[in-house]
Ligand binder design. Sequence first.
Ligand code: NAP
Length: 198
Amino acid sequence: MRILVIGATGLLGKEIMALLSEEHDVVGASRNSPAVSVDISDKQSILAMYKQVGTVDAVVCVGGTAKFAPLDALTDDDFAFSLANKLMGQVNLVRYGVPYISQGGSVTLTSGLLAHHPMLGGAAVSTVNAGIEAFGRAAALELQGKLRVNVVSPGWVWETLEAMGRDSAKGVRAAVVAQAYRKCILEDISGQVVSVTH
Ligand SMILES: NC(=O)c1ccc[n+]([C@@H]2O[C@H](COP(=O)([O-])OP(=O)(O)OC[C@H]3O[C@@H](n4cnc5c(N)ncnc54)[C@H](OP(=O)(O)O)[C@@H]3O)[C@@H](O)[C@H]2O)c1
Protein backbone atom coordinates (compact mmCIF):
# COMPACT_ATOMS: atom_id res chain seq x y z
CA MET A 1 0.00 0.00 0.00
CA ARG A 2 1.22 3.55 -0.73
CA ILE A 3 0.45 5.89 2.19
CA LEU A 4 0.87 9.67 2.55
CA VAL A 5 1.38 10.91 6.13
CA ILE A 6 1.01 14.66 6.73
CA GLY A 7 2.64 15.83 9.96
CA ALA A 8 5.23 13.08 9.56
CA THR A 9 7.93 14.88 11.55
CA GLY A 10 5.84 15.37 14.71
CA LEU A 11 5.48 13.18 17.78
CA LEU A 12 2.60 11.08 16.45
CA GLY A 13 3.75 11.38 12.85
CA LYS A 14 7.14 9.78 13.59
CA GLU A 15 5.48 6.83 15.35
CA ILE A 16 2.99 6.36 12.51
CA MET A 17 5.78 6.54 9.91
CA ALA A 18 7.81 3.93 11.80
CA LEU A 19 4.83 1.60 12.26
CA LEU A 20 3.51 1.80 8.71
CA SER A 21 6.95 1.65 7.07
CA GLU A 22 7.29 -1.94 8.30
CA GLU A 23 4.65 -3.06 5.79
CA HIS A 24 4.00 -0.22 3.34
CA ASP A 25 5.52 2.39 1.06
CA VAL A 26 5.11 5.54 3.17
CA VAL A 27 5.62 9.15 2.04
CA GLY A 28 5.98 11.79 4.75
CA ALA A 29 5.05 15.47 4.43
CA SER A 30 4.92 18.61 6.57
CA ARG A 31 5.76 22.30 6.19
CA ASN A 32 9.46 21.69 6.81
CA SER A 33 9.82 18.20 5.32
CA PRO A 34 12.57 18.29 2.72
CA ALA A 35 11.03 15.62 0.44
CA VAL A 36 7.39 16.72 0.34
CA SER A 37 6.61 20.16 1.75
CA VAL A 38 2.99 21.14 2.47
CA ASP A 39 1.15 23.73 4.51
CA ILE A 40 -2.38 22.40 4.94
CA SER A 41 -3.73 25.88 5.70
CA ASP A 42 -2.97 26.77 2.06
CA LYS A 43 -5.18 25.19 -0.61
CA GLN A 44 -2.58 25.69 -3.36
CA SER A 45 0.02 23.94 -1.23
CA ILE A 46 -2.32 20.94 -0.77
CA LEU A 47 -2.96 20.76 -4.52
CA ALA A 48 0.78 20.96 -5.25
CA MET A 49 1.47 18.17 -2.74
CA TYR A 50 -1.05 15.79 -4.32
CA LYS A 51 0.31 16.61 -7.77
CA GLN A 52 3.85 15.88 -6.58
CA VAL A 53 3.01 12.66 -4.71
CA GLY A 54 0.50 11.25 -7.19
CA THR A 55 -1.90 8.39 -6.44
CA VAL A 56 -1.93 6.90 -2.96
CA ASP A 57 -4.04 4.25 -1.21
CA ALA A 58 -4.31 6.09 2.09
CA VAL A 59 -3.82 9.57 3.52
CA VAL A 60 -3.19 10.18 7.23
CA CYS A 61 -3.15 13.67 8.73
CA VAL A 62 -1.52 14.38 12.08
CA GLY A 63 -0.55 17.91 11.08
CA GLY A 64 -2.14 21.28 11.69
CA THR A 65 -2.51 23.44 14.75
CA ALA A 66 -5.05 25.49 16.70
CA LYS A 67 -4.49 28.22 19.30
CA PHE A 68 -4.61 27.59 23.05
CA ALA A 69 -5.56 30.72 25.05
CA PRO A 70 -8.24 31.83 27.52
CA LEU A 71 -11.51 32.73 25.81
CA ASP A 72 -11.18 36.44 26.56
CA ALA A 73 -7.67 36.45 25.07
CA LEU A 74 -8.51 34.60 21.85
CA THR A 75 -8.59 37.14 19.03
CA ASP A 76 -10.49 37.05 15.74
CA ASP A 77 -7.17 36.18 14.12
CA ASP A 78 -6.61 33.31 16.56
CA PHE A 79 -9.98 31.77 15.64
CA ALA A 80 -9.41 32.39 11.93
CA PHE A 81 -5.94 30.81 12.17
CA SER A 82 -7.26 27.75 14.03
CA LEU A 83 -10.17 27.19 11.65
CA ALA A 84 -7.99 27.65 8.54
CA ASN A 85 -5.24 25.42 9.86
CA LYS A 86 -6.27 22.26 11.74
CA LEU A 87 -9.94 22.28 10.64
CA MET A 88 -10.11 23.50 7.02
CA GLY A 89 -6.66 22.09 6.36
CA GLN A 90 -7.96 18.59 7.07
CA VAL A 91 -11.29 19.23 5.33
CA ASN A 92 -9.38 20.32 2.23
CA LEU A 93 -7.10 17.28 2.37
CA VAL A 94 -10.24 15.20 1.82
CA ARG A 95 -11.91 17.54 -0.73
CA TYR A 96 -8.84 17.89 -2.93
CA GLY A 97 -7.51 14.40 -2.26
CA VAL A 98 -10.41 12.46 -3.79
CA PRO A 99 -8.92 12.27 -7.34
CA TYR A 100 -5.57 11.11 -5.94
CA ILE A 101 -6.79 8.35 -3.60
CA SER A 102 -7.37 4.93 -5.14
CA GLN A 103 -10.83 3.34 -5.14
CA GLY A 104 -11.57 1.87 -1.71
CA GLY A 105 -8.72 3.84 -0.15
CA SER A 106 -8.94 5.87 3.04
CA VAL A 107 -8.32 9.20 4.73
CA THR A 108 -7.69 9.31 8.47
CA LEU A 109 -7.90 12.72 10.15
CA THR A 110 -7.06 13.79 13.71
CA SER A 111 -9.25 15.53 16.28
CA GLY A 112 -8.57 15.23 20.02
CA LEU A 113 -10.03 14.77 23.47
CA LEU A 114 -11.08 18.44 23.75
CA ALA A 115 -13.91 17.87 21.25
CA HIS A 116 -15.90 16.34 24.11
CA HIS A 117 -13.93 17.24 27.25
CA PRO A 118 -13.36 21.01 27.44
CA MET A 119 -10.49 22.53 29.40
CA LEU A 120 -9.59 26.10 30.29
CA GLY A 121 -7.87 27.77 27.34
CA GLY A 122 -9.17 25.19 24.87
CA ALA A 123 -12.19 26.94 23.29
CA ALA A 124 -10.66 27.27 19.81
CA VAL A 125 -9.19 23.76 19.95
CA SER A 126 -12.52 22.24 21.09
CA THR A 127 -14.33 24.03 18.25
CA VAL A 128 -11.86 22.74 15.68
CA ASN A 129 -11.77 19.17 17.01
CA ALA A 130 -15.57 18.86 17.11
CA GLY A 131 -15.73 20.23 13.56
CA ILE A 132 -13.28 17.61 12.33
CA GLU A 133 -15.37 14.80 13.82
CA ALA A 134 -18.60 16.15 12.31
CA PHE A 135 -16.92 16.59 8.92
CA GLY A 136 -15.43 13.10 9.04
CA ARG A 137 -18.83 11.47 9.56
CA ALA A 138 -20.48 13.59 6.83
CA ALA A 139 -17.66 13.09 4.32
CA ALA A 140 -17.71 9.33 4.92
CA LEU A 141 -21.39 9.29 4.00
CA GLU A 142 -20.88 11.38 0.87
CA LEU A 143 -17.89 9.33 -0.28
CA GLN A 144 -19.39 5.91 0.48
CA GLY A 145 -18.29 3.37 -2.13
CA LYS A 146 -15.39 5.57 -3.22
CA LEU A 147 -13.19 6.02 -0.18
CA ARG A 148 -13.37 5.67 3.60
CA VAL A 149 -13.02 8.60 6.01
CA ASN A 150 -12.27 8.18 9.73
CA VAL A 151 -11.02 10.36 12.57
CA VAL A 152 -8.63 9.40 15.37
CA SER A 153 -9.20 11.28 18.63
CA PRO A 154 -6.12 10.98 20.84
CA GLY A 155 -6.31 11.68 24.53
CA TRP A 156 -3.29 13.32 26.14
CA VAL A 157 -0.19 11.62 24.81
CA TRP A 158 2.31 10.31 27.41
CA GLU A 159 5.33 11.93 25.74
CA THR A 160 3.54 15.31 25.48
CA LEU A 161 2.60 15.31 29.17
CA GLU A 162 6.19 14.32 30.03
CA ALA A 163 7.55 17.21 27.90
CA MET A 164 5.13 19.61 29.63
CA GLY A 165 6.26 18.42 33.07
CA ARG A 166 2.78 17.10 33.83
CA ASP A 167 1.65 13.74 35.22
CA SER A 168 2.40 11.40 32.32
CA ALA A 169 0.68 8.46 34.03
CA LYS A 170 -2.61 9.83 32.64
CA GLY A 171 -1.29 9.75 29.08
CA VAL A 172 -1.35 7.18 26.31
CA ARG A 173 1.92 6.30 24.56
CA ALA A 174 2.39 7.71 21.05
CA ALA A 175 3.11 4.16 19.82
CA VAL A 176 -0.34 3.09 21.05
CA VAL A 177 -2.03 6.04 19.31
CA ALA A 178 -0.22 5.08 16.09
CA GLN A 179 -2.00 1.70 16.15
CA ALA A 180 -5.36 3.50 15.82
CA TYR A 181 -4.26 5.03 12.50
CA ARG A 182 -3.15 1.60 11.27
CA LYS A 183 -6.60 0.22 12.23
CA CYS A 184 -8.37 2.98 10.24
CA ILE A 185 -6.22 2.22 7.18
CA LEU A 186 -6.51 -1.56 7.27
CA GLU A 187 -10.00 -2.28 8.63
CA ASP A 188 -13.15 -1.81 6.57
CA ILE A 189 -14.54 1.03 8.69
CA SER A 190 -15.77 4.49 7.68
CA GLY A 191 -17.40 7.43 9.44
CA GLN A 192 -15.84 6.35 12.74
CA VAL A 193 -14.21 8.45 15.45
CA VAL A 194 -11.63 6.20 17.09
CA SER A 195 -10.80 7.47 20.58
CA VAL A 196 -7.49 6.47 22.13
CA THR A 197 -7.27 7.23 25.83
CA HIS A 198 -5.39 5.83 28.79
N1 NAP B 1 0.21 15.17 21.57
C1 NAP B 1 -0.96 15.15 22.21
O1 NAP B 1 -1.02 15.01 23.46
C2 NAP B 1 -2.24 15.24 21.44
C3 NAP B 1 -3.46 15.01 22.08
C4 NAP B 1 -4.65 15.13 21.36
C5 NAP B 1 -4.62 15.47 20.01
N2 NAP B 1 -3.40 15.68 19.42
C6 NAP B 1 -3.41 16.06 17.99
O2 NAP B 1 -2.61 15.15 17.24
C7 NAP B 1 -2.00 15.84 16.15
C8 NAP B 1 -0.50 15.60 16.18
O3 NAP B 1 0.00 15.95 17.45
P1 NAP B 1 1.57 15.88 17.78
O4 NAP B 1 1.69 15.93 19.26
O5 NAP B 1 2.21 14.78 17.00
O6 NAP B 1 2.03 17.29 17.17
P2 NAP B 1 3.50 17.80 16.86
O7 NAP B 1 4.55 16.95 17.50
O8 NAP B 1 3.50 19.27 17.15
O9 NAP B 1 3.65 17.59 15.27
C9 NAP B 1 2.86 18.30 14.38
C10 NAP B 1 3.27 17.91 12.97
O10 NAP B 1 2.43 18.60 12.04
C11 NAP B 1 3.22 19.39 11.15
N3 NAP B 1 2.42 20.59 10.86
C12 NAP B 1 2.01 21.54 11.73
N4 NAP B 1 1.26 22.47 11.10
C13 NAP B 1 1.20 22.07 9.80
C14 NAP B 1 0.59 22.61 8.65
N5 NAP B 1 -0.11 23.77 8.67
N6 NAP B 1 0.71 21.94 7.47
C15 NAP B 1 1.43 20.78 7.41
N7 NAP B 1 2.03 20.23 8.47
C16 NAP B 1 1.92 20.87 9.66
C17 NAP B 1 4.55 19.61 11.89
O11 NAP B 1 5.68 19.75 11.05
P3 NAP B 1 6.12 21.15 10.40
O12 NAP B 1 6.39 22.10 11.52
O13 NAP B 1 7.32 20.76 9.58
O14 NAP B 1 4.99 21.57 9.54
C18 NAP B 1 4.68 18.26 12.60
O15 NAP B 1 5.18 17.29 11.69
C19 NAP B 1 -2.40 17.31 16.28
O16 NAP B 1 -3.55 17.53 15.50
C20 NAP B 1 -2.77 17.43 17.76
O17 NAP B 1 -3.69 18.46 18.02
C21 NAP B 1 -2.23 15.57 20.08
